[in-house]
Design a protein around this ligand. Structure first.
Ligand SMILES: Nc1ncnc2c1ncn2[C@@H]1O[C@H](COP(=O)(O)OP(=O)(O)OP(=O)(O)O)[C@@H](O)[C@H]1O
Length: 918
């Protein structure tokens, strides 16, 4: 019986978590934008309710209606517009926009209501508080009402999805908005409704939660509702009933943990539970259940300033920095802090800006570095410089742990995992003796001997920051930097070119963690004394948003960010010192994030205005370069002989059998065609060959050995290159850089050391091969152009040139001529023939251009409805009635297939036309 009070308390908070989590999942399901500001919405509602009832004396029912049923839909509409605006935005922008909402709300509520503990703001319980007795346990009326209200809301939502037309339409929006459009239902209206309901759920949670809290606090309230993330994870981010149950389970779990673990390490378990759940679910949930509905494209980058300008700016900055102790003698430590943060921003920028990934846990690395520095240098008397290096290194294994979700998931789920990790660290480990200790007394961090005073420490910081920043610059310009940029633009393109992107991801996390942790130690040595409060997880969110909204390329965005966030508020010339200066800056940063989020919508709106100059001008794609007709020559050595043998291949997507019983042989020295009408299963076959999908049955044998267990990059390193129907190019890079990556990716391979650096001879080799591929495909004139700005035909040629630059002896080309004009196609055919004749390369080509197929293919396989229907020489294929039937479709084809099926004793695809038509 003594458990009962805990169970009831857990059920109450759990049902509120469940309510808010269902709202979150609803909006995510219908718009693919995960709202990090969901908890902030609840906080706004709670504070509005507080103001209306406590400050303005409004009756609670009216205040509740305004805070939930008016505020919810209004904010929902704002979020829907944001989500719509972000439809085609890179992942980083999506996360930034809603995290921007969170930090704006937190900072603004802090300014408006005070974030200190001085102002005690409480909301009285407005629901009935009558007591009932269940055994010895007292149960209050409001507890039962809260459980009932939330359960009714969740069940109604579930029924709404099952029964009503709009609900079914909402589910359809998730699956295919375009189809919904065709059926006459407006997907925007459906999404708008989803956001209005979802946001109202968050507001209701805020209002219901407010009276249960000892006091209203914007940060706590936001994070308490963020607990919904854990519940959403239990529901797999899509299943509403399971999400609600997840909320209940977390609420009850927390209550029980509070009962059984009252002190020590265990006491952190209860608050950490939702994030523990989130982290574990993300680690163990089958990958296919975490299908992402967006790619992790990188942010648009600013144009690089010319080197002389950068050098002058660099020297000028250094001069200003050296003069700081004379100009701002009272603020020297603030500038040292700024330098430490500049390094944190650079480390975060490496992840976010260069590799397009999201980390919402960078403050955790700073905390780890600071704590390690103190324990090593103070408690264990380790030499300061050694302690410094160890404090940076200690975060590397943690970077590896974080990289596991990055490998498995990437994108949004990685953002959530890092967010969960940061909070987990705070709740479970900050109070441990090996971090900041349970008494909150804090840690002292020493400075090295000779640099104890602020001014000499500052000069040391300038030197360390300059060296580290230059090192980071070297990294972004090294092979690793090129791999990161390629990975962000097209992970598939990079892995099928031969680089193991798992190694790339682990490396970038480790490097970023290393710098952030080291910078954390330097920052701590600047302030000389830190507690866990210096490293609140909210700070990670602010750092992330700042690094995104800052401008300029590396290292300038980090310099600007550090100056604005750390140094500017302390300059007496700019701000009169007040507690709220940092909050105002945070609000501005958050609003900039929102501006980035809404910009596509604003641009679209402006384009509709009848003022000509407001229209968005699109750069016209450059006309295809004059294609030289000169003889193309390949000077690279002949490849080794080998072959790609596919047999009995069957690939299924759920109930759909996309490929069934396909057997193909593509040896070197020959061009083999694979043709068939749309949807015949050609690309699926290619994907199975290159390891991008897993066959249900059948084998893929490369040069005599089974490749079934190898991933795409390993197959590429074994000599299998490919191009894609939907081109997988590195859009933000130039033509030359794209083609060079074709040669460089497999040299980086799966070895972390070869990821990091390239020998001079290897770089020379890459440059030679790149130049030859460019010449082979006639791309000299556009070699300097950014690939994203090219015409389709030019992009096709770039992808082919990139593939030709790789060390491949077998190439899979998926509709390579689509988008090429006649002259380009002719030249392309010539290039392929040359490559096969001169170097002995083997090509398996999917093509719809029949004249190209007949002119270059030695042997052709024909697929239809996933099954092989014919194979033979190009002329045999052209003459075969079954092939004509497959392309024309209709009854004729069905008759052909019936006959084909009747010939069960022959291998599919082998019957000759005579056998089919005796
Ligand atoms: N990832 C997937 N999930 C579900 N179905 C898929 C998937 N990929 C392909 N399909 C389906 O498998 C079938 C074969 O598609 P595939 O793209 O391989 O055909 P294709 O011959 O390459 O067609 P096209 O010439 O139009 O490119 C189609 O019905 C397609 O809708």
């Amino acid at each position: 019986m003594e458990l009962l009070p805990y169970l009831i308390a857990g059920l109450v908070t759990g049902s509120i978590y469940g309510l808010t989590a269902t709202g979150l999942v609803l909006t995510y399901k219908t718009s693919a934008v995960f709202n990090f500001g969901h908890g902030a919405t609840a906080a706004v509602a709670a504070f509005l309710y507080y103001s209306l009832t406590v400050t303005h004396g409004m009756s609670w029912p009216l205040a509740a209606v305004i805070s939930v049923l008016v505020l919810g839909p209004v904010m929902g509409l704002g979020f829907e517009l944001l989500a719509r605006s972000l439809t085609d935005a890179p992942l980083v922008s999506r996360v930034t926009a809603t995290v921007g909402v969170l930090i704006v709300v937190q900072a603004a509520l802090g300014v408006a209501y005070g974030s200190g503990t001085g102002q005690l703001r409480q909301v009285e319980q407005f629901l009935p508080t009558h007591a009932f007795h269940v055994g010895d346990t007292i149960v209050r009326g409001y507890q039962l009402i809260i459980i009932a209200i939330t359960a009714i809301a969740a069940v109604s939502l579930w029924l709404f999805f099952r029964v009503t037309r709009t609900g079914v339409a909402m589910r359809a929006v998730v699956d295919n908005a375009d189809l919904l459009d065709l059926s006459g239902t407006d997907p925007v209206r459906v999404r708008r409704l989803a956001w209005m309901i979802g946001t109202s759920f968050a507001c209701a949670s805020g209002v219901l939660l407010a009276p249960l809290l000892a006091q209203l606090n914007a940060i706590n309230l936001t994070f308490m509702v963020v607990t919904a993330f854990g519940a959403a994870a239990i529901g797999g981010f899509t299943n509403i009933p399971m999400t609600y149950v997840g909320g209940l389970a977390i609420g009850i779990g927390q209550a029980l943990l509070t009962k059984y673990f009252t002190d020590g390490f265990g006491s952190g378990l209860a608050p950490a539970l939702p994030f523990l759940v989130l982290f574990v679910v993300l680690l163990v949930m089958p990958k296919r259940r975490l299908v992402e509905r967006q790619s992790a494209a990188r942010l648009a980058t600013a144009r690089r300033m010319p080197w002389p300008v950068q050098a002058v700016l660099g020297i000028a900055s250094l001069v200003v920095l050296l003069l700081v102790p004379s100009i701002f003698p009272d603020n020297v430590n603030d500038w040292s802090e700024g330098l430490a943060y500049m390094l944190v921003f650079l480390s975060l920028g490496l992840l976010v800006r260069t590799s397009g990934q999201v980390s919402l846990a960078h403050v955790s690395f700073m905390a780890i570095g600071a704590a390690a520095m103190s324990h090593l240098a103070v408690d264990h008397g380790v030499n300061w410089w050694v302690a410094m290096v160890l404090s940076a290194l200690i975060a590397v294994p943690i970077g590896v742990i974080l990289a596991i979700p990055a490998i498995r998931l990437s994108g949004l789920y990685l953002a959530l995992a890092t967010f969960g990790f940061g909070i987990l660290l705070q709740y479970m480990f900050y109070a441990e003796d090996y971090m900041f200790g349970s008494f909150g007394l804090g840690l002292t961090i020493p400075r090295p001997s000779g640099f104890e005073d602020d001014t000499s420490w500052y000069y040391l910081m300038v030197a360390l920051a300059a060296v580290t920043a230059l090192g980071m610059l070297a990294v972004t310009r090294s092979r690793l930097g090129r791999l990161l940029r390629s990975m962000t633009d097209s992970p598939t393109g990079l892995s099928t070119a031969g680089a193991s992107i798992n190694v790339t991801r682990v490396l970038v996390f480790c490097l970023s963690a290393f710098i952030a942790s080291g910078a954390g130690a330097l920052h701590a040595a600047t302030v000389t004394f830190v507690t866990g409060d210096n490293y609140q997880p909210i700070l990670s969110l602010i750092l992330f948003v700042t690094v995104v909204v800052s401008f300029g390329r590396d290292p300038w965005y980090a310099v600007i960010a550090a100056f604005v966030v750390v140094v500017l508020p302390t300059l007496p010339l700019v701000f009169t010192q007040s507690d709220n200066t940092s909050s105002y800056i945070t609000i501005i940063i958050g609003l900039l994030a929102l501006f980035i989020g809404y910009r596509p919508a604003m641009v679209a709106f402006a384009a509709r205005l009848p003022i000509p100059s407001f229209g968005v001008r699109r750069a016209a794609p450059e006309a295809a370069s004059e294609t030289p007709t000169a003889e193309v020559v390949s000077t690279r050595p002949a490849v080794r002989t080998g072959s790609l043998e596919v047999s009995g291949l069957r690939v299924q997507f759920g109930g759909l059998v996309a490929v069934d019983g396909v057997t193909i042989s593509a040896p070197t020295g020959r061009i083999t065609g694979l043709i068939g009408p749309n949807g015949a299963g050609k690309t699926t076959t290619f994907n199975a060959c290159s390891g991008l999908n897993r066959p249900t049955t059948g084998t893929v044998v490369l040069d005599g050995s089974d490749a079934g267990r190898l991933g795409p990059s390993a197959r590429a390193r074994k000599g299998l290159g490919r191009t894609f129907q939907q081109m997988e190019l590195f859009d933000s890079m130039t033509v030359r850089e794209n083609i060079a990556m074709g040669a460089e990716a497999s040299r980086a391979g799966a070895n972390p050391f070869s990821h990091l650096m390239a020998s001079r001879s290897a770089s020379q080799e890459v440059a030679t091969i790149t130049a030859e591929s460019i010449a082979l495909c006639g791309l000299e004139d556009i070699a300097h152009r950014t690939v994203g700005a090219l015409s389709t035909g030019q992009r096709r040629l770039v992808e082919i040139a990139r593939c030709l630059a790789g060390p491949f002896h077998l190439l899979l080309l998926d509709e390579p001529s689509s988008g090429l004009d006649r002259v380009e196609t002719e030249r392309f055919a010539e290039v392929l023939t040359r490559v096969v004749e001169d170097r002995g390369v083997g090509i398996l080509i999917v093509e719809h251009d029949m004249s190209l197929v007949t002119s270059i293919c030695d042997y052709v396989y024909v697929l239809d409805f996933g099954k092989p229907v014919f194979e033979g020489t190009a002329s045999e294929v052209m003459a075969a009635p079954i092939v004509k039937a497959a392309y024309l479709g209709g009854d004729e084809l069905e008759a052909e297939l019936d006959v084909l099926e009747a010939t069960t004793d022959t291998r599919p695809g082998s019957p000759t036309p005579e056998e089919v038509h005796p």
